[in-house]
Design a protein around this ligand. Sequence first.
Ligand code: 8YV
Length: 315
Amino acid sequence: MRVLITRQFDAQVMARAAEAFETVALEGGALDEAAIADALVTYDAIMGTVGDAFTAGAFAGAGDDLRCGMIANVAVGHNHIDLDAARAAGVLVSNTPDVLTDATADIGWTLLLSAARRAGEGERLVRSGRWGGFAQDMLGLQVTGKTLGIVGMGRIGQAVAKRGRLGFDMEVLFHNRSRKEVPGARQVESLEALMAAADFVVVTVPGGAGTRGLIGPEAIAPMKPTGILVNIARGEVVDETALIEALEEGRIAGAGLDVYENEPDVPERLRALENAVLLPHLGSATIETRRAMGMMALDNLIAYAEGRPPPQALA
Ligand code: 8YV
């Protein structure tokens, strides 16, 4: 089987892939629609990730010449893949759930703590050589004992909540599209009510049409002036302009972002804000997690090659 690997993943993953298949591994970044259309007619399977444009247009571009039978997505999120178009074209798609839950929850907490305790600003101050001694003008917000609000109580939301409850003695509230029983956490029906009650809001919903713009001006407006918004979901879930305005006007205290509307482009206005902690989509970026994700994607590809159902195939 000829397999295109769209990135340089973990070395052990690449070695195992090369043993199992005839692989072509790219060095560069995300593939656009035309490049994906081309790959769909050239390879039997594709191992890709966030940013690769598996759009309806890419499937249409491949048309009757389609050769690819499976996309192994090295990510849990799949809003970059048009699942309906893949299904219609008879292409299987798998993802990598569970193995990245802890790493992603940890980055959510990295952002929450950094924003609350002004760690980005503090680091910049020390590096500038201008730190004068006693940091009285860089007081942050206490985290322990406060109220944590989770938007989207899936696997990652629950892992973020658990850290808040057990590690930081927090009251945990959550908003979720379906009813859910989560020990130690209380579901709040209205998103606005959750945004108003929480000191720290962490967004962990899946991306895609159902959640695009979910955190817009109406959701941000009820937040406390001391409130902090953390987004580890997808950039499109939060209205970036509405967030920038709230931060610029001091209507909320800070934000911690791992994802952006138009990655890797981050608006200048956002980059200029001292009260925003900005990471380059590091959610799953630990050595262990990226290796586990790559191995899981390979397990799925190998199952497909052997005529078995891929264990993490998306419906
Ligand atoms: C990416 C992610 O997979 O899994 C997801 O949905 O957003 C990340 O873990 C990672 O950044 C590689 O593109």
